[in-house]
Design a protein around this ligand. Structure first.
Ligand SMILES: [Zn+2]
Length: 305
């Protein structure tokens, strides 16, 4: 009990640190993307290029973090997750420009995610070495999800630099979970994973094919592979896909009705899929059980009437 509690507190602190790392990584990836776009002769945001690349020159590529307004190198006490932001009330210590809520939100969000995940994980698999090893891999995967989520929200793109390692990591995590932690039968599990990937990746692949990449990006197809592999159970994948579309509709519909959004407005599917995935992962079995209990109740009530 106390071990679990300690572990959950540690996960929260680690989440703050990894959230801070993710925030910095998002800007580095973006700077690299802009340099690449310019080199390839593609359209790119010139003002953003100036802010992220020219003014910082190659500095964004080094490991020191800088203020995005005055480009002052940040000291260690500027980089303490959450506390640095709170201590200056969200302003840069050097130029006093507001930093915005990007950093604290991403740090808190990651911490909450780490705590929730660790709580559920320890409840399922305990605190033995094998369980903690896979948990550690999962926390690395969660960090990648945070980067992808934020990047896709901001720029409608899921960078390959994160996507490919995540797919590799998901294969390792699922192999260890299925073989070491759950001792699942190999053939049915492989079939379920195949179905799972087809559900989460196949629909987006079909949409990508039909629209020639206009409706959805190929990034969503690749994301579907990682999510399908990690969920293992095809029923959970179906639920994740359903939830992603449901949430997407709920978010987009008010904008469409009020006319604030045009029909052509871009919707980032990545974040929706990731949200659907986490709900399915952490609460999916309860949701499916609840749904089954509900339909049994409904059919018996209907029979009685
Ligand atoms: Zn500054």
């Amino acid at each position: 009990m106390t071990v679990s509690l300690l572990l959950i507190v540690a996960a929260g602190l680690l989440g703050l640190v990894m959230g801070s790392f993710s925030g910095a990584q998002v800007w580095r990836l973006r700077a690299r993307q802009l340099v690449q776009d310019k080199k390839d002769g593609e359209e790119y945001d010139k003002a953003e290029y100036k802010r992220l690349v020219t003014l910082t020159k190659s500095k964004m590529n080094e490991d020191r973090s800088r203020c995005l307004s005055c480009h002052h190198t940040l000291a260690w006490y500027d980089l303490i997750p959450l506390f640095s932001w709170l201590s200056t009330r969200g302003k840069c210590r050097y130029c006093a420009k507001p930093i915005g809520f990007f950093e604290p939100v991403i740090e808190l969000g990651t911490a909450v995610l780490f705590v929730l995940f660790t709580t559920v994980w320890v409840g399922m698999f305990g605190v033995e070495a094998a369980s903690l090893l896979v948990l550690g891999l999962w926390l690395a995967a969660l960090t990648m999800f945070v980067i992808l989520f934020v990047y896709d929200m901001k720029w409608f793109l899921l960078p390959n630099e994160v996507m490919f390692p995540l797919i590799g990591l998901s294969v390792v995590i699922t192999s260890l979970t299925a073989i070491v932690l759950q001792d699942l039968a190999i053939v049915p599990t492989l079939l379920s994973i195949a179905a799972s990937v087809t559900i989460l990746s196949g629909l987006y692949f079909a949409l990508w094919l039909v629209s020639r990449g206009k409706w959805v990006g190929f990034g969503d197809v690749k994301l579907g592979i990682a999510l399908g592999v990690l969920l293992i159970d095809w029923k959970l994948s179906l639920l994740a896909l359903f939830l992603a579309n449901l949430i997407g509709t709920l978010v987009v519909l008010p904008g469409l009705i009020s006319g604030r959004l045009s029909r052509k407005a871009q919707v980032p599917f990545g974040p929706l899929l990731i949200i659907g995935f986490f709900i399915a992962l952490l609460a999916g079995n309860s949701i499916i059980d609840g749904y089954e209990a509900f339909s049994v109740w409904l059919s018996t009530t209907m029979l009685m009437l």
